[in-house]
Write a protein that binds this ligand. Structure first.
Ligand code: S3P
Length: 429
């Protein structure tokens, strides 16, 4: 990598309509469920980003037939038992979701497998998943007592567990549910803070059973899932970059079409509304995951405080929310977001360091950041830290800087949004 991209302010505001690519979390899960279900799964609007391609490559190494067509992916599933011991290590690339959810699937498979990823994955905590999987009876280990990749798993028969999540993490919850689907008995996961529920929804979509009572999710073991037709909604985490861009670039008015509006993911909409964004959300009726269109205009923004239970519903949007806050009147406080430190990079450090270079008044705290607006931003040389969401945040910042922004390692954006710059161009030309 090491490429440096020059980005300059557009001559006019953002205008027009756009359909952002498919949701990353849902695309991963559709391949995973398709691989363990019986029958063909067709995934429409699959996200062809590097992370989701890592998931496909891992399941191919487990013997699953997966075809990639231009606009869809087909997975020929033959049930849990059809997964085969891989002859190679399973490389999850930069993807935390692939790594953690695969651990749940592999823990119930009676063979040996090894998971590795890139430099960033090697630093991300895995004990949060290996600990509960050991309680199921899986032989799983990794560097530093099971906390880091490479991870080695010898799966086998599992006994259902009851487990209270120590961190608000959909990846940990999902790994437990995927093991629970294969275990003997009823697995219960207690989720003190609500996190994205795509796994639960997909279990139902694939003909399985799952229940939720208050903060407890219950899943019966030894379930046989059936292949399904999955329509992946646009990723609200990708839409967030254009929502922010339209709000802060003068003379903008855009519509983002068919965006996923799952209530566990829409924290960004709530935050932007509270900040005073000129926005309209029009939900399209239908079954399955909620979707709709989001219309956004240039807005006068006010600072707010963001924390508590809202955090899991916008955790991936915090880098771009920090940028939004630089253009809001007053002091924005983001708290209760320590999880940012263990994402693709330490996103508190990355956001604060890079936005400061552009002239933002932003300070890191132990669990978030404090941003004083409204500040005009200037061009500078900045770095994505190899993190797709930091790269896109900086690219959006370049739309309002007085001189060009040079983004080093902008290629990282391909992890979740390979056609990001093409889509941006559609709105500014
Ligand atoms: C994801 C869950 C979140 C999120 C990640 C995708 C998922 O991670 O940050 O980008 O697909 O389950 P955590 O579960 O670690 O919070």
């Amino acid at each position: 990598m090491g490429n440096k991209l020059k980005l300059s302010k557009p001559e006019q505001g953002l205008k027009g309509e756009l359909q952002v690519p498919g949701d990353k979390s849902i695309s991963h899960r559709a391949v995973m469920f398709g691989s363990v279900a019986v029958g063909r799964t067709t995934i429409h609007n699959f996200l062809m980003g590097e992370d989701c391609l890592s998931t496909i490559s891992c399941f191919r190494k487990l013997g699953v037939n997966i075809d990639i067509h231009t606009d869809k992916v087909t997975v020929e599933g033959n049930g849990w038992d059809s997964l085969k011991e891989p002859t190679e290590v399973l490389d999850t690339g930069n993807s935390g979701t692939t790594t953690r959810l695969m651990m749940g699937i592999l823990s119930g498979r009676p063979f040996h497998s090894v998971l590795i990823g890139d430099e960033s994955i090697a630093k991300r905590p895995m004990k949060r998943v290996t600990d509960p999987l050991k309680l199921f009876g899986t032989a799983i280990d990794g560097r530093d007592e099971g906390n880091f990749t490479p991870l080695s798993i010898r799966g086998g028969s599992l006994k259902a567990i009851r487990y209270k999540l120590p961190v608000a993490s959909a990846q940990v919850k999902s790994a437990i549910l995927l093991a629970g689907l294969q275990a003997d008995g009823m697995t219960e996961v207690i989720e003190p803070q609500r996190t994205r529920d795509h796994t639960e929804k997909m279990i139902l979509e694939f003909g399985g059973e799952i229940e939720r009572e208050d903060d407890t999710i219950k899943v019966r073991g030894r379930q046989v899932l059936r292949g399904a037709e999955v329509y992946v909604p646009g990723d609200i985490s990708s839409a967030a970059f254009f929502m922010t861009a339209a709000a802060i670039v003068p003379d903008s008015r855009i519509t983002l079409k068919n965006v996923g509006l799952n209530a566990t993911r829409t924290g960004i909409i709530e935050v932007m509304k509270r900040m005073g964004a000129s926005m309209e959300v029009m939900e399209t009726p239908g079954s399955g995951e909620r979707i709709g269109n989001i219309m956004l205009e240039t807005s006068e923004l006010q600072a707010i405080e963001i924390g508590g239970d809202l955090i899991p519903s916008l955790i991936d949007e915090i880098p771009v929310i920090a940028l939004l806050a630089t253009q809001a009147e007053g002091t924005t406080v983001i708290k209760d977001a320590e999880e940012l430190k263990v994402k693709e990079t330490n996103r508190i450090d990355a956001v604060v360091r890079e936005l400061k270079k552009l002239g933002a008044d932003i300070e890191a705290t132990d669990d978030g950041m404090i941003i004083k607006g409204k500040k005009s931003l200037r061009g500078a040389e900045v770095h994505s830290w190899g993190d797709h969401r930091i790269g896109m945040t900086l690219a959006v910042a370049s739309l309002i800087t007085d001189s060009p922004v040079y983004v080093e390692d902008a290629d990282a954006i391909k992890i979740s949004y390979p056609r990001f710059f093409e889509d941006l161009r559609k709105l500014v030309e």
